[in-house]
Design a protein around this ligand. Structure first.
Ligand code: ADP
Ligand code: MG
Length: 622
C-alpha cells in the first residue's frame, strides 16, 4: 500500500489502528496504548473470539464463543477452521473438506462456497464475520472510539491467493487494511526484536490445528523469512484427540457406538479433553469429565501430567523435526539462532517448552502470553503505520519467488523470494514465432523450476504486437508487489507501446465485481449506517492520500518517469471527481486506482527515508 508510507512520512493520519490476529482456532485484537500494545478485551472477558460460526434456523448467524457453544447441540450447522479454506480451491482442501458438516462447492472463479441452510458463503465472507466480531469487541473496549484501520496477520507460508483472500475478507467487513503482516514477524515485533541491529530469530508457533516454525533474520529493522516449515495438521487439537481416544476406549464398554460417534457427543468429549489438557499445563494432575444427564452418563477419569506427556510426546517430536528441517533449509547451525519466540496457545504446555529449550539450547521468550503475542505485534505494526514513533522502518519480504512461464514450461523468476517489499522488477520477453501478434502470459509463484509445479497466480494476454520475425519484438514485463505482498503485473511492447496488465486476482480469489456484490449483501453489514460511515472514512482517507501525494510530488516529481506522473495526475483527477459525487463504490474504485498510481512515488520516498534512517542512526552512534 503505497500511500501508507506517505502518511507515515507526513505524520498526518494519527487515527488509531487495531492489530488483528485472524487465527484458525482463535482470533484476537490489540491496540497501542500508553506506550505499549495491549489486548482489547471487555471487562471480565479475555477478548478471544473462537474462529467459529453458527447458522441458526431463523436465519441468524452467530460468531465466536456463542457459536462454539451452539455447535455442541447442533454441530451440523457450525463451521470451524475457516482459515484453512482462504484462497484455496476444492482440490487443495480435500482433507479438510471431510470435517465440514455442510456441502462444499466452488464458484466459477474457483472460490470455495459453504452451503448452509440454503445459502452459500465464501471463506472470505465467513472470515469477514469473524473480523467484524473482533473489531466490534475492540471498539466496545475502546468506548466507542471507532476506527476502521487494521493490520492483519497471516502465516509466513501464506501465498498470494491466501493473503489476497484475507484482504478481501477485511474489505467485506468494511475494514481498511493498512498491512498484512507475517505472524512470526508480528511475534518478533511484540518482543521488540526489531530493535536489535541484527540477529536470527526462531519463531515456534503451535496453535490449535496448525504448527509452523519460521527462521527470521533481522537487519536494521528489516525482517527476512529465511525459511519456514511446519505441518498444517498438527496442533493442540491433536493432543485433545489423544485424550478423547483414551476416553472412548473407556466409554465404549458402557455406551453404544452410535452415541459415541455422534458429532455432538464427539464435540462434548473434545471440549472435556481440552479442558483437562489446559489444566495439566499448570497442575500435576487433572480430571476429564463427561456428563450427559439425559443418558444418565457421568464419566470421569484422572490424568497425571506424566501420562499426558507420554501420549503427547510423539506429536511434539513432529514439531521438533520440523525445526530441524527449517534449519537445514536455511543452511543454519543451531548456534546461529539468537532468540527463540514461542507462539500459540499450545506452547503453554510444559513439555513443549522443555523440548523447545532442549532443542535450541536456549530459553525461549515466554514473557508475553503466547496466544496474544501475534495480536500484540500486529498492534505495534499498526501503531507505526499510523504515524506512531518507533524509529525503525519495518519491512517484510516476499515469502516465495514470482515469475513467468516461458516457452517449454520453464519459469523465469522475476522477483526472488526474500525480496524486501514493496518492490518492482522488470524482465524482457519476446515472441517465439514469426508474425506473432499476441503473447499469453502465465504468472506463477513458487521455487520450482517448472511452471506446472508452481502455483498459478493468473494469466493475461498482450495483443497488438506488430508482425515481426520471431524474437524481434521487445516486451517488458513489470512485476510490482505492494507492501501487503499483493502483485500487479504489466506488459508493454516497446515498439508500438501496446500494454496489458493484470492486478493479479489470484486463482481461487474473488473478482472485484464479486467483492462489490458481497459488499452490497446486507448481512455482513450489521450496522445500519455502514455505507455512510464507509463513505466518510473513505473521504477522510482519500483526502489524506491526496495531500500526501501532492506533498510528495512537490519534492520528488523529478525522480519519476513521465508515465508515472501522468498516471498520478489522471488518478488524482478521478478521485476528486468521485469525491464530488459522494458515491462509495466509485470512490472506492478511484481510490484503489489512485493507490496503485502512488506506488512508484512511495518507493522513491521510501528509498529516501531508508537512506535518511540509516544515516541518522550512524550519526547517533558516533
Ligand atoms: P490458532 O493460532 O490456531 O488460532 P491459538 O494460538 O489460540 O490457536 O491456540 C489454540 C490452542 O491452544 C488450542 O488447542 C488450545 O487448547 C491450546 N491452549 C490454550 N491454552 C492452553 C494451555 N494453557 N495449555 C495447553 N494448551 C492450551
Ligand atoms: Mg495463531
Amino acid at each position: 500500500m503505497g500511500f501508507i508510507e506517505l502518511t507515515v512520512l507526513n505524520n498526518t493520519a494519527r487515527q488509531a489502528a487495531i492489530g488483528i490476529d485472524l487465527g484458525t482456532t482463535n482470533s484476537l485484537g490489540a491496540l497501542w496504548k500508553d506506550g505499549r500494545p495491549i489486548v482489547l478485551h471487555p471487562e471480565g472477558g479475555n477478548g478471544y473470539v473462537p474462529s467459529a460460526i453458527y447458522f441458526g434456523d431463523d436465519g441468524s448467524i452467530v460468531v465466536g464463543r456463542e457459536a462454539r457453544d451452539r455447535a455442541l447441540i447442533d454441530p451440523e450447522h457450525a463451521l470451524f477452521s475457516i482459515k484453512r479454506f482462504m484462497g484455496r480451491g476444492l482440490k487443495d482442501v480435500a482433507q479438510d473438506a471431510k470435517s465440514v458438516p455442510c456441502p462444499l462447492g466452488e464458484n466459477p472463479n474457483g472460490v470455495i462456497e459453504f452451503e448452509m441452510r440454503g445459502k452459500k458463503y465464501t471463506p472470505q465472507e465467513l472470515s469477514a464475520l469473524i473480523l467484524l466480531k473482533v473489531h466490534d469487541i475492540a471498539c466496545r473496549t475502546l468506548g466507542g472510539h471507532e476506527t476502521t484501520k487494521v493490520v492483519i496477520t497471516v502465516p509466513a507460508y501464506f501465498d498470494d491467493a491466501q493473503r489476497s483472500a484475507t484482504r478481501d475478507a477485511a474489505r467485506l467487513a468494511g475494514l481498511d487494511v493498512l498491512r498484512i503482516v507475517n505472524e512470526p514477524t508480528a511475534a518478533s515485533l511484540a518482543y521488540g526484536l526489531d530493535q536489535k541491529k541484527q540477529g536470527t530469530v526462531a519463531v515456534f508457533d503451535l496453535g490449535g490445528g496448525t504448527f509452523d516454525v519460521s527462521l527470521l533474520s533481522i537487519e536494521e529493522g528489516v525482517f527476512r523469512v529465511l525459511s519456514t516449515h511446519g505441518d498444517t495438521h498438527l496442533g493442540g487439537d491433536d493432543l485433545d484427540h489423544l485424550l478423547v481416544q483414551a476416553a472412548m476406549e473407556d466409554l465404549s464398554r458402557t455406551i453404544p457406538a452410535t452415541t459415541l460417534r455422534d458429532r455432538g457427543f464427539q464435540q462434548l468429549l473434545r471440549l472435556a479433553a481440552e479442558k483437562c489438557k489446559i489444566e495439566l499445563s499448570t497442575a500435576p494432575e487433572a480430571g476429564m469429565h463427561v456428563h450427559l444427564p439425559e443418558a444418565a452418563l457421568h464419566w470421569r477419569r484422572r490424568f497425571t501430567r506424566e501420562e499426558f506427556e507420554q501420549l503427547a510426546a510423539p506429536v511434539i517430536e513432529r514439531a521438533i523435526d520440523a525445526c530441524r528441517k527449517a534449519l537445514a533449509d536455511a543452511k543454519l547451525e543451531l548456534t546461529a539462532i539468537d532468540e527463540v519466540v514461542l507462539v500459540g496457545g499450545a506452547t503453554r504446555i510444559p513439555l513443549v517448552r522443555r523440548r523447545v529449550e532442549e532443542f535450541f539450547g536456549r530459553k525461549p521468550h515466554t514473557e508475553l502470553n503466547p496466544d496474544e503475542v501475534v495480536a500484540l505485534g500486529a498492534a505495534v505494526q499498526a501503531h507505526v503505520l499510523t504515524g506512531g514513533t518507533r524509529d525503525i522502518l519495518l519491512m517484510d519480504v516476499t515469502p516465495l519467488s514470482l515469475g513467468m512461464e516461458t516457452l517449454g514450461g520453464a519459469v523465469a523468476k522475476v522477483i526472488l523470494r526474500n525480496s524486501t517489499i514493496p518492490c518492482s522488477a522488470t524482465e524482457g520477453f519476446t515472441t517465439y514465432a514469426d508474425n506473432q501478434t499476441g503473447i499469453d502470459f502465465h504468472v506463477v509463484q513458487g521455487e520450482r523450476e517448472l511452471a506446472r509445479d508452481c502455483r498459478t497466480l493468473g494469466r493475461f494476454k498482450l495483443s497488438g504486437i506488430p508482425p515481426l520475425p520471431a524474437g524481434m519484438a521487445r516486451v517488458a514485463v513489470k512485476f510490482h508487489i505492494d507492501a501487503n505482498g499483493l502483485l500487479t503485473v504489466s506488459a508493454k511492447e516497446e515498439i508500438t507501446g501496446a500494454t496489458a496488465r493484470i492486478e493479479v486476482t489470484p486463482m481461487n480469489g474473488l473478482t472485484d465485481g464479486e467483492v462489490e456484490g458481497m459488499l452490497k449483501e446486507s448481512y455482513v453489514h450489521a450496522r445500519a449506517d455502514f455505507d455512510a460511515s464507509r463513505l466518510s472514512n473513505l473521504k477522510v482517507e482519500v483526502g489524506t492520500m491526496l495531500r500526501a501525494t501532492e506533498h510528495g510530488l512537490r519534492e520528488y516529481k523529478s525522480a519519476l518517469d513521465k508515465e508515472t506522473v501522468r498516471d498520478l495526475d489522471d488518478s488524482m483527477a478521478s478521485v476528486r471527481a468521485a469525491l464530488e459525487l459522494s458515491d462509495v463504490t466509485a470512490l472506492q474504485k478511484a481510490r484503489d486506482v489512485f493507490e496503485r498510481a502512488t506506488l512508484p512515488l512511495a518507493a522513491v520516498m521510501m528509498d529516501n527515508v531508508a537512506k535518511r534512517a540509516l544515516t541518522g542512526k550512524r550519526l547517533d552512534e558516533v
